[in-house]
Design a binder for this molecule. Structure first.
Ligand code: GLY
Ligand code: MN
Ligand code: MN
Length: 435
């Protein structure tokens, strides 16, 4: 059987020919008392198996003669399945997920040493699941205690998540197709939001209209949707979404859909009544200019920091021109004075996780270059909080600037020739936002 999951497992095992790697499913997340959140599989586990049940463990043991991919999972149980849903079960999983052998999860302790005792390293990510961390450490301690008698065993634990980041940061054509679907649904929702938003309506109404479209497409919000009008837009992770929108407000919407495990992440900011005020307009033009310059810096071979540097320079120059910052631009950038108004990074990798995995720097501190197949968000912003106080040496500002928050975020695919803005279907030019 040749599946994307099998190809990924083989690529990973080629990196650790004498090791054993353990990957665990995501832990259950409690909402309250005995009610749990909807289960969402751990991204590394899903990337390697495509298996989306909880209480599962995947063991990759390339050096093992017989069993290179071992899956532990919940056995079939008619009574339990009536309450909490279907299980693939031991029999069907071997065929369906391409495992060499499948065991019920309660046999993990008994079977695991078999796959560890001849490995030279154990690859495991010490993660959120503390009970499981302890279990793996106990197995490892036992093998070390008996190492002298055997002369084999994992002499060290290395992080298994790091093994995967190199693969996950370069998306395959199959992954890009999935991301295009999440993007298409999100684009439709953002375009609908502009039609729905108007003075007098509530932020949550816009949220509901967008998430309705996510759900109709079989998706879910990729993260809690931010629908922030007026000065709420200056709260970076505002998710209350309960304010009534007013004329002269800007509305900042940061919302994206997750479809089949892949995410979109889009932000647009527009005037609720279809008309920018003069201050909103100049700041919007500045954020847009910074965003376009940053996107132009997302190129194969360009270091990862180039797009942030481009955004910071454009925004700092613009703020000086507007009299919101004062001083020499290079000095202001060096002293990070832009952070009073632009306090976050310009973007992050996007994929199975919204803030996707991918090492950004080399050991010598230089930045890794973009490669074709990377997908990155480009999302500069300017936020002037109502209570802004200038730092020492910086100018006081007029009240007309206060309470304006603007971010523009697109998802950008690095191509061999340059880049493709996947989310270009949501307009961001001023002419398209005014009516
Ligand atoms: N929506 C999360 C982010 O933009 O990073
Ligand atoms: Mn976002
Ligand atoms: Mn983002």
């Amino acid at each position: 059987m040749d599946t994307v999951y099998q190809r990924r497992r083989q690529a990973l095992m080629a990196q650790i020919p004498h090791g054993t790697a353990i990957f665990t499913s995501a832990p259950h997340a409690v909402m309250h008392n005995d009610v749990e959140h909807v289960f969402r599989q751990d991204s590394d586990f899903y990337y390697l198996t495509g298996f989306n049940e909880p209480d599962a463990v995947a063991v990759l043991a390339p050096h093992h003669g017989e069993h290179r991919f071992v899956l532990f999972l919940r056995p079939k149980d008619r009574d339990r399945e009536i309450w909490s849903g279907r299980r693939v079960g031991v029999e069907a999983a071997k065929e369906q997920f391409g495992a060499d052998v499948v065991f019920p999860i309660h046999e993990l302790d008994e079977k695991l040493p078999e796959y560890l005792k001849t490995a030279d390293r154990l690859y495991y990510h010490l993660g959120r699941h503390d009970g499981f961390n302890q279990k793996v450490l106990r197995h490892w301690q036992r093998l070390i205690a008996t190492y002298a008698k055997r002369g084999t065993g994992p002499v060290a634990i290395e992080d298994a998540h790091l093994l995967l980041q190199g693969m996950r940061r370069v998306k395959t054509p199959e992954e890009i197709e999935l991301m295009r679907k999440a993007v298409a649904v999100s684009v439709k929702a953002h375009n609908h939001a502009r039609e729905v938003a108007q003075p007098g309506r509530y932020e949550y109404e816009v949220q509901a209209e967008m998430e309705h479209l996510f759900r109709l497409a079989g998706g879910t919000p990729a993260y809690p949707s931010i629908v922030a009008s007026g000065d709420n837009a200056c709260i970076l992770h505002y998710i209350e979404n309960n304010r009534q929108m007013q004329a002269k407000d800007l509305l900042l919407i940061d919302a994206g859909c997750c479809c089949d495990y892949y995410n979109a992440d889009i932000t647009r900011t527009f005037p609720v009544d279809g008309r920018f005020t003069p201050e909103q307009r100049v700041l919007y033009e500045l954020v847009l200019e910074a965003q376009l310059k940053a996107i132009a810096a997302v190129q194969p071979g360009q270091p990862f920091n180039a797009f942030h540097d481009a955004a910071v320079r454009t925004i700092t120059e613009g703020l000086v021109e507007l009299g919101l910052l004062a001083g020499d631009v290079d000095t202001l950038i060096e002293e990070k004075k832009h952070r009073a108004f632009f306090m976050h990074g310009t973007g992050h990798f996007l994929g199975l996780d919204v803030h996707d995995t991918g090492i950004l720097r080399n050991a010598d501190k230089t930045w890794k270059p973009f490669e074709p197949g990377n997908v990155v968000t480009v999302e500069p912003g300017i936020y002037i909080t109502p209570d802004y106080e200038p730092a020492e040496g910086q100018p006081a500002i007029d009240d007309c600037w206060r309470g304006i928050g603007i971010r523009i975020e697109d998802d950008v695919l690095v191509t061999p020739e340059g880049n493709e803005v996947l989310t270009a279907g949501v307009p961001k030019e001023i002419a398209a936002l005014e009516h």
